[in-house]
Ligand binder design. Structure first.
Ligand SMILES: [Cu+2]
Length: 329
């Protein structure tokens, strides 16, 4: 029994200490060939920005109708291409070469750094892979700069100071994060209560959370669980206090008009949680892999429709023939 226990503990300790490299999937959605950006995900590489750690592998899937490349270097961007017909500059770190619709290409990141990439055929397609040595144990902003809590920001009119911190300090997917914030009057350094505001989170350029708030003395908080990694912006927007603004005399028809300029932004990064996801591949936008090309839809609908109509006409014709035959007999 004792030996069995030691054996079990050893196995457990070993399995905990083994860290698997992760594999991530970036989808090239249907419509990526079009510079007008009409993909369902509204990006050309989905997600366009990804945080991984050294040793992780990324597989790009081509779910589009045309060939694409994943070429490291600086792409010209959508407007660089549309306005000036610029092509990007490859830096030679990695290059998939052309891969066809339905095909994929993988690359393992063995060094840390920021790797931007683009498509040689469609230079407006751009993405970036941010490779960290490991998930850091300190909070940092979207550019990687270390943060000290609480973070302080003033509204552009300098009338309100907002302080923000979050817990746990390193944000990972599938794990609850609590954002705690307070409002201060910078002139008196006193805590401001009963402030109205919108709490908004943007990730990879998209708004993913919005909630109205009214804070009490001591501040307020919001909980959020991220499902995707990538940089985020936490915006506390339209901060206003009916009482302060009433003193300033901006009451209009009994309603308090407030400045939507009273907004503060904080940035941060969200990491893929190695404990909450299997080391098998996970699809970030699985539904898109079911995209059916409309050419195929024409065949699926048109051919059976033509066959059905032909069959109908044939059936209709037949009874006309039979009575004449039987009357002749
Ligand atoms: Cu392309």
């Amino acid at each position: 029994m004792k030996i069995f226990h030691i054996f079990l503990i050893t196995i457990l300790a070993f399995s905990v200490s083994v860290v698997y490299a992760e594999e991530y999937i970036i989808d090239i959605p249907f419509g990526a060939y079009n510079p007008e950006l009409n993909t369902p995900a509204e990006v050309w590489y989905d997600p366009p920005q990804i945080f991984v750690t050294v040793g992780d592998k990324i597989t790009w899937y081509n779910d589009d109708r045309e060939s694409h490349t994943v070429t490291s270097g600086d792409g010209p961007g959508r407007f660089g291409w549309m306005d000036n017909k610029e092509f990007g500059t490859a830096d030679g770190i990695f290059d998939s070469g052309n891969f066809l619709p339905g095909e994929s290409w993988s690359y393992e990141f063995k060094e840390s750094g920021n790797f931007s990439y683009f498509c040689i055929i469609h230079p407006w397609m751009e993405g970036i892979v941010i490779v960290e040595k490991e998930i850091p144990d300190f909070p940092h902003d979207a550019t990687g700069k270390k943060l000290e809590f609480p973070l302080l920001e003033y509204t552009p009119d300098r009338n309100i100071e907002v302080n923000l911190s979050w817990n746990p300090p390193v944000i990972k997917t599938h794990e609850k994060v609590q954002f705690v914030y307070q409002f201060y009057d910078p002139k008196t350094n006193s805590n401001l209560a009963k402030m109205k505001y919108d709490f908004i989170i943007f990730q990879n350029g998209k708004e993913i959370f919005r909630d109205e708030g009214l804070n009490q003395i001591g501040g307020d908080y919001r909980n959020f669980v991220f499902s995707d990694s990538g940089s985020i912006i936490v915006r506390i927007d339209g901060i206003h206090s009916p009482s302060i603004l009433a003193e300033e005399g901006v009451t209009v028809f009994g309603e308090v008009e407030y400045s939507s300029q009273r907004s503060v932004d904080f940035t941060a990064a969200v990491y893929d949680n190695p404990e909450k996801t299997s080391h098998e591949t996970y699809h970030i936008k699985p539904a898109q892999r079911l995209t059916v090309y409309y050419e195929l839809m024409i065949f699926i609908i048109l051919i059976p429709a033509v066959m059905f109509i032909t069959a109908l006409l044939w059936q209709k014709r037949k009874p006309d023939v039979k009575p004449t035959k039987s009357s002749a007999v």
